[in-house]
Design a protein around this ligand. Structure first.
Ligand code: COS
Length: 379
């Protein structure tokens, strides 16, 4: 059993599974081919509250525990990792506000999500991916306002977001301690989205540049004190990386499900290939990896929920799950053989979708940096 859930949570999971099975899994295939954003499917998901799973109860959210929303996210990712990406990124954008925002900012963002809107977390820039502190976007104080100029890239929900968390340098001379974060709403003059990226995988999620041209925001849009934006973003990613692990696990589980169904029906040498030990051991190894990755993510989320340190465990969860999702998707392709390599069958999409989990929300090289720093300490 992957998750230990209450009866209420099991009912919720059953509803999400029904939606994913009936209205996402097959339907998203054509959007994967076209690269078009499945607006109607995402609207239905948002109507079910899947874009606002992590909004706390005091702000009007469902107040779900971490393990429950992890189970729901896995179900989404099993059906379509692009849907998982869109929904989890909306919640990611809420996190900096929960960490350092004012009550008003938190409530505004929560209301947007609870009304079916999306958020976007705008940290990455062309010269600031892994080296996140190297932001070139600047915010210059002008009376009671900041004037922001710059360009973000690879922003999930960039073209569709209703609010944006934007990092910018308020004092370049202070390095990471000169970066601040701002809460910016859609429609702010000077804010625009670039063209959508034509991606290898998670093609049903919308990714683009986000551009700021003399964008004016009130000084009250700053999140937390001046100069704390980098640390707020690092704290945000510490939290969300465990959930990226869950997204990767969803892909791996789907790969197992597809491989098992095929292995039970594909006949070679007079019997189903699942009767051969070579296939059975592959399936067993795929499951060992997937269940281990799931339980590592559950452990990191449990630490978060209990208020215990989780930075290393979140990084392990994301790193391990991202790596094994690629391996397990590759194994599923191998089990399906020529059919696995064909776009007529679902497993090649799983490999394309899995790859991003080794890259986004911190590459797995960065995760290993975070882990080794935690293990080795300063010396
Ligand atoms: N929580 C709180 N504070 C943190 C922190 C964390 N997780 N990580 C770093 N900091 C603090 C440090 O303590 C340090 O503070 P002081 O200046 O007060 O000493 C400051 O931030 C700078 O830290 P550091 O020197 O470690 O920063 P680096 O430039 O070396 O970067 C990594 C650290 C590599 C971990 C960071 O750049 C990173 O996570 N990069 C990947 C970014 C990413 O995930 N991008 C994905 C896109 S967003 S979807």
């Amino acid at each position: 059993m992957g998750y230990i859930l209450s009866d209420e949570a099991k009912d919720l999971l059953a509803d999400v599974k029904k939606f994913c099975d009936n209205e996402v899994r097959e339907q998203c295939k054509e959007y994967d081919v076209s690269g078009e954003f499945p607006a109607e499917i995402c609207k239905k998901a948002a109507d079910m509250g899947l874009n606002a799973l992590e909004v706390p109860e005091e702000l009007g959210g469902l107040g779900l525990d971490h393990i429950t929303y992890a189970a729901l996210y896995e179900e989404m990712s099993k059906a379509d990792a692009g849907l998982f990406t869109t929904m989890s990124a909306a919640n990611l954008a809420m996190k900096p506000l929960l960490i350092a925002g004012t009550k008003e900012q938190q409530q505004r963002a929560a209301d947007i999500l609870l009304n079916g809107g999306y958020g976007a977390f705008c940290l990455t820039e062309p010269m600031a991916g892994s080296d996140a502190s190297n932001n070139k976007t600047v915010a210059v104080k002008d009376g009671d306002e900041y004037v922001i100029n710059g360009r973000k890239c690879f922003i999930t929900n960039g073209p569709i977001a209703d609010f944006y968390i934007v990092t910018a340098m308020t004092d370049k001379s202070k390095g990471v301690n000169g970066m601040s974060a701002f809460f910016v709403e859609k429609g702010t003059p000077g804010l625009s989205a670039g063209n959508e990226e034509n991606k290898m995988g998670i093609r049903t999620s919308a990714t683009s540049d986000v551009i700021f041209e003399d964008m004016r925001v009130p000084a009250s849009a700053m999140i937390g004190p001046d100069g704390t934006g980098f640390k707020t973003c690092m704290k945000t990613l510490d939290i969300t990386r465990a959930l990226m692990g869950i997204g990767a696990v969803g892909i791996a589980q789907r790969a197992i499900d597809e491989a098992v169904a095929y292995a039970k029906t594909r006949i070679t040498f007079g019997k189903p290939i699942g009767k051969f030990e070579a296939i059975q051991f592959m399936i067993a190894d795929m499951d060992i990896k997937t269940e281990t990755a799931r339980q590592m993510a559950v452990h990191a989320l449990t630490l978060q929920e209990k208020g215990l340190p989780y930075n290393k465990e979140s990084a392990i969860a994301k790193c391990y799950a991202g790596d094994i999702a690629v391996e397990v998707a590759l194994d599923a392709i191998q089990i399906l053989g020529g059919y696995g390599y064909s776009r007529e069958y679902p497993v090649e999409k799983l490999l394309r979708d899995a790859k991003i989990f080794q890259i986004y929300e911190g590459t797995n090289q960065i995760q290993r940096m975070v882990i080794s720093r935690a293990v080795m300490g300063k010396f």
